[in-house]
Design a protein around this ligand. Structure first.
Ligand code: 5AD
Ligand code: SF4
Length: 460
């Protein structure tokens, strides 16, 4: 095979520079961090495992819960010392949702930060780096630019491995009472179908076998398609399923209101669409759901689950829950417990309500006391843990396709993913990484499964 010649970088890019990215928060941030590295690669930046001595450090932040800004300032304190150790040569950038929400405060409290950029402006990083390198003062970019950031991002340069993320939609117009996302990520925007299909083919050519489509409201995706048509997510999944070598598809995160008939039918029709869906419900109480501005009831959610299970009987579910939203009573909490018992989740995330500045719920009366939130969370998590353990135990004895993703914890062991996103450990050689095999599940643990190889099935 001929070596591919890449032109030597010009000027300042000729020197190899070290870039360290720290990522907090959701899968979208993981994807964005990869894309920021891609944008900076032509400037000569290569990934560095540690921040010490790096030429640039990006802190990609999350604002969804807890004391997000405080966490950022304490991390920046640590990075400041590392920056000083480089004679202040290190470029320090704060990206993500805290940068978007609190950009001005970051520059006021941490003037040693060189760049503050919101999630919509990553494609402009090279200009910002050039400006910061000229020591022209701190650069702040938190506007929502009219151009689509995706149109300006290069093809991903760094292979993601057997499992990959692909952002297809960003932003949210739903304005749930508790959520900061509509303010930090902006209005809902969908990438065109052609660009998504191209990126998916590129990922598969780089060795990815499983792609998770990402979006804050991924099932609200409605993209421009060939021939001036508009497709919904169901149609996009059908097209993606035709890509040879792409053996597994997933999407996250969805809103119950956008689960349309075509998407439900996609679960019936597409074998490579994995039988595992993360569909946040947040609460099982209609009063709380109304206060949250979710615009669906608990029974609406139950009916959606029924339709999905009719389409794909082996479907397992995951969800997000918030306990202690303002106004939540013991009876409301019981309604959430009842919904969990009715649906039965294979896995779920649950959180104490955390007031986010600027969101409607933060200023609402009847905030729930912290100790009440604690005890409700404990009760809910105990039930969810029990359901997860039951689901895992039900997998023992089954033969499951497992996509191997890397070495296991012990020598001679590898780890992969079941269709239900459970880590599965088996004895096997590293040569199996990137392939899918049938594994007999022999044991279940709280957060993983153990199995033995039954048959090796090399993916086309
Ligand atoms: N407090 C607690 N949990 C929250 N989430 C979003 N905003 C808040 C908040 N203010 C949770 C929701 C959402 C998940 C990503 O984070 O459950 O689905
Ligand atoms: Fe936040 Fe999701 Fe509600 Fe949008 S739909 S406001 S991202 S919780």
């Amino acid at each position: 095979m001929n070596a591919v010649q890449t032109p030597a970088p010009i000027g300042e890019a000729a020197a190899r520079k070290r870039l360290h990215v720290i990522t907090w928060g959701c899968q979208m941030n993981v994807y964005d961090s990869g894309r920021m590295a891609d944008v900076l690669a032509p400037l000569g930046y290569a990934p560095a495992a540690e921040p010490d001595g790096a030429d640039m450090v990006i802190l990609n932040t999350c604002h969804i819960r807890d004391k997000a800004a405080e966490k950022v300032f304490s991390e920046l304190g640590r990075l400041r010392r590392l920056k000083e150790a480089t004679g202040n040569r290190m470029i320090l950038a704060v990206a993500g949702c805290v940068a978007q929400a609190e950009g001005a405060e970051i520059l006021a409290r941490a003037p040693y930060v060189d760049i503050v950029l919101g999630p919509q402006t990553y494609h402009r990083l090279p200009e910002m780096v050039a400006q910061a390198s000229r020591a022209a003062g701190a650069v702040i970019e938190t506007d929502f630019p009219p151009e689509e950031k995706f149109d300006h991002l290069p093809d991903s340069a760094t292979p993601q491995g057997p499992t990959a993320f692909l952002t297809i939609q960003e932003g949210c117009d739903k304005f749930c009472s508790f959520c900061v996302v509509p303010y930090t990520r902006g209005a809902e925007a969908s990438r065109p179908a052609g660009a998504i299909l191209r990126e998916a083919r590129h990922l598969v050519a780089q060795g990815s076998r499983e792609i998770t489509l990402l979006g804050q409201n991924v099932n609200a995706w409605h993209g421009e398609a060939p021939g001036a048509a508009t497709w919904g997510l169901g149609r996009l999944l059908r097209e993606l399923a035709e890509i040879p070598g792409l053996t597994r598809l997933r999407y996250a995160t969805s809103h119950p209101r956008d689960m349309d008939d075509d998407l439900v039918a996609a679960h019936r029709d597409i074998p490579s669409l994995m039988p595992f869906l993360h569909l946040p419900v947040q609460s099982g109480s209609d009063r709380v759901l109304a206060a949250m501005n979710r615009k669906h009831t608990a029974d609406d959610y139950r009916r959606i689950i029924d339709r999905l299970r009719a389409a794909r009987p082996d479907l397992a579910l995951s969800s997000d829950f918030i306990v202690g939203h303002p106004g939540e009573t013991d009876a409301d909490h019981e309604a959430t417990m009842a919904l969990v018992r009715d649906v039965g989740f294979a896995q779920a995330y649950s959180f104490k309500y955390s007031p986010r500045p600027g969101t409607p719920a933060a200023g609402a009366p009847m905030q729930v006391a912290e100790d009440v939130k604690d005890s409700r969370l404990q009760a809910l998590q105990a039930l969810l843990r029990e359901q997860q353990a039951r689901f895992g135990a039900g997998c023992v004895g089954l033969d499951m396709p497992v996509l191997f993703t890397g070495p296991g914890r012990h020598p001679g062991q590898i780890v992969g993913r079941s269709p239900y996103l459970q880590p599965v450990h088996v004895s096997g050689g590293a040569n199996l990484v990137g392939t899918e095999s049938i594994v007999r599940i022999v044991a279940s643990h709280p957060n993983s499964l153990a199995g033995t190889l039954v048959q090796e099935r090399q993916i086309a």
